[in-house]
Design a protein around this ligand. Structure first.
Ligand SMILES: *Cc1c(COP(=O)(O)O)cnc(C)c1O
Length: 373
């Protein structure tokens, strides 16, 4: 792990770059807004920590009422528990003896859960839990339309849930019914239609299980793009939104019911870059490229100077074209970039620099950086 690029008390111009910046005022408003929404809807929030990979952020979410966090990998869960997070769901399949043994060991230190969509995998998880003398909470994952993991709704889910409920060391907690590919459908009605389908499949499955005496205490799913539909459904009771804490440039391209870009949550995560060359004259070159930003959802948006554009990323460079803005960039100037996709951008950094009113207030480690196993 590298030394942090800044220390508390420093001003913005003293931060080394490229640095992953959190604007604390915006970030705290995002946390409070989501907490208020889930409270008003009468559902629980189990925030997704794959977005931030940071125990300090997870504990703030829990301080505002989240019942715990999700993550995608056992190593991520380990890093979060090491950082003091008491309740983690691996909202994903955990396959292989070594991973299952680590999951079971972790369940001896915190409240731990995972998803299953295969009876053989459930049997192995049961064996790992029994060997470690622990209990692992299990959600049976149902494919509610996303076409990734999950058994088919209805009878196949019932069959698997019965196996889980009967397996020593496993606690059947309910259903995982996340519709991932609906989150970035741009149109409001498109997202609504996709989630209507997910709700129908989740409802049918939960009712079937209950009719057979299996209590679905948890029906989980939802992300930042769709959570209002799930929370109003009367079926889902645990939301897994993640990106709302930071809001990347890609999420800001989703449209609301009036056809305008969604503005429920504020951009709170930035990569702060420095102009390192103006030799060309036509454009400025900044010090943040492919190793400081993720490009899977397009280039970063330029927050400051407003109106400028980022292009031509290479390993350690990017071009800022300031022609569309009034700003004339000079060597050493700072450029604020809004990542196209926050989750994989965070995974490129060791530290967050949390700032308020132009001063560094805290630095937080990205505890689960590189925790992809
Ligand atoms: C990524 C993910 C989420 C959160 O999605 P956001 O769009 O980041 O809010 C929720 N649940 C699961 C299972 C996920 O993989």
């Amino acid at each position: 792990m590298q030394q942090p690029p800044a220390e508390p008390g420093m001003t913005l111009d003293q931060i080394d770059t490229p640095a992953l910046l959190v604007d604390l005022d915006r970030f705290e408003r995002n946390l409070e807004r989501m907490a208020a929404e889930v409270r008003a809807a009468g559902v629980r929030l189990r925030a997704h920590a794959k977005t931030h990979k940071c125990a300090a952020v997870a504990l703030r979410q829990m301080a505002l009422g989240a019942v715990g966090v999700c993550c995608q990998k056992v190593s991520e869960a380990e890093a979060l528990v090491d950082g003091g997070v008491p309740d983690v769901l691996v909202s994903n399949q955990v396959v292989g003896a070594r991973k299952l043994a680590r999951l079971a060991a972790l369940a001896g230190r915190a409240r731990v859960g995972a998803c299953v969509d295969d009876a053989g995998n459930a049997a192995q998880m049961s064996e790992a839990a029994r060997a470690a003398g622990v209990e692992i909470g299990v959600l049976v994952e149902v494919d509610v339309g996303a076409g990734r993991c999950g058994v088919a709704p209805g009878a196949p889910a019932l069959e698997l849930a019965r196996r889980v409920a009967d397996a020593p060391g496993l606690r059947f907690d309910g259903l995982q019914a996340y519709h991932g590919s609906a989150q970035h459908l741009r149109g409001f009605e498109e997202r609504r239609a996709a989630i209507d389908g997910a709700v129908a499949r989740a409802r049918e499955t939960a009712e079937l299980l209950r009719a057979h005496g299996l209590d679905c205490a948890t029906v989980a799913g939802a992300g930042t793009g769709s959570f209002r539909f799930e929370s109003a459904s009367g079926v889902y009771n645990e939301l897994q939104c993640g990106s709302y804490v930071f809001m990347d440039a890609d999420y800001a391209r989703n449209l609301d019911e009036h056809g305008a870009p969604v503005r429920d949550f504020e951009h709170a995560l930035f990569v702060l870059a420095t102009v390192m060359s103006v030799a060309h004259g036509e454009f400025a070159v900044v010090d943040a490229g492919l190793k400081a930003l993720a490009f899977d959802s397009g280039p970063p948006a330029v927050h400051e100077p407003a109106g400028a554009g980022y292009a031509r990323p290479s390993d350690e460079h990017g071009r800022i074209d300031p022609r569309t803005s009034n700003a004339r960039l000079r060597l050493g100037d700072r450029v604020w970039l809004i990542p196209g996709h926050c989750d994989p951008t965070v995974n490129l950094h060791d530290w967050y620099v949390a700032v308020r009113d132009g001063v560094v207030e805290e630095v937080w480690p990205v505890d689960a950086r590189g925790a992809v196993f």
